[in-house]
Write a protein that binds this ligand. Structure first.
Ligand SMILES: Nc1ncnc2c1ncn2[C@@H]1O[C@H](COP(=O)(O)OP(=O)(O)OP(=O)(O)O)[C@@H](O)[C@H]1O
Ligand SMILES: [Mg+2]
Length: 254
């Protein structure tokens, strides 16, 4: 499904602040599976997702999606195949637009349209059904501006919007990290239901080992730009992950 081939990336090249993030990274992500990426702060997790999504360019290597090289496509072009939910609840949605307008925009991804024709009456029933699935009552707030929603409601809406066109790949970058534990758990459960329902291949970054095990099929730990653990979630325990994680953080500090 997704292949990262010989990926290299540095920031601030040829300056005193040059940081080498990846040096010949290779990864294969299987279709219809959820892969969790864990690893210490600054190890390159978000950079990897940004390179896949196209918001940051690679220095060298190739990103293949379903056998096609997408490395040279712009972020907007990749957005047709790739859905994203960010850590910050204000990203991924337009706060000054209503729920209905946001969903209509997400529905038009990759199409040319005029604002006047943005909202089609016959699509509203479909949006209502998608929102009902969330169980948060958002279907009754279609005309509420998104800036008036709570963080959890916004992240859930972002998730539905990212998944509604059934993307080939869904990228989640700590999408529950800004939420309180209870809301975070609700959004994680909704995430699992959505990706199972539509069989979406997902890459999820998290710092929560329990979530990584519970909500993914495979766990990859990165450290210093390298894969230091790659196992089916069923074959790892939270204790084991925490132990390896701590060892890697110590190596980072040393
Ligand atoms: N656009 C950029 N320009 C310069 N440096 C950057 C840029 N983006 C990221 N970095 C640096 O690259 C390193 C990796 O950052 P990245 O955000 O990928 O880490 P991360 O693994 O997602 O960390 P966290 O768990 O804290 O989110 C960090 O040292 C960061 O400061
Ligand atoms: Mg990050």
């Amino acid at each position: 499904m997704l292949r990262i081939i010989n990926l290299s990336k540095s920031f601030n090249k040829n300056t005193d602040n040059e940081i080498n993030i990846f040096n010949n990274l290779n990864l294969k992500i299987e279709a219809n599976k959820s892969t969790a990426i864990i690893g210490p702060n600054g190890c390159g997790k978000s950079t990897l997702l940004n390179i896949i999504g196209g918001s940051i360019s690679k220095d060298y290597g190739q990103i293949q999606l379903k056998g096609k090289d997408i490395s040279e496509l712009k972020e907007e072009q990749r957005a047709i195949y790739i859905g994203r939910v960010y850590q910050d609840p204000s990203m991924g949605v337009s706060p000054s637009l209503t729920i209905l307008e946001n969903m209509s925009l997400a529905d038009k991804k990759g199409e040319k349209f005029t604002l006047r024709k943005l909202i089609k009456k016959n699509n509203i029933d479909r949006y209502v059904e998608l929102l009902k699935d969330l169980d948060l009552g958002l279907e009754k707030k279609l005309n509420t501006k998104v800036k008036f929603l709570s963080g959890g409601q916004r992240q859930s809406l972002s998730l539905v919007m990212a998944a509604m066109k059934h993307p080939d790949l869904l990228l989640l970058d700590e999408h529950t990290a800004a939420l309180d534990p209870k809301t975070s758990s609700v959004v994680m459960k909704k995430t699992k239901e959505l990706i199972k329902k539509y069989s979406i291949t997902t890459i999820m970054i998290t710092h929560n080992m329990k979530d990584a095990i519970e909500y993914s099929d495979r766990i990859i730990m990165l450290n210093n730009g390298k894969v230091v653990l790659d196992k089916p979630s069923l074959n790892v325990t939270e204790n084991e992950l925490v132990k390896i994680y701590r060892t890697n953080i110590q190596e980072n500090i040393a």
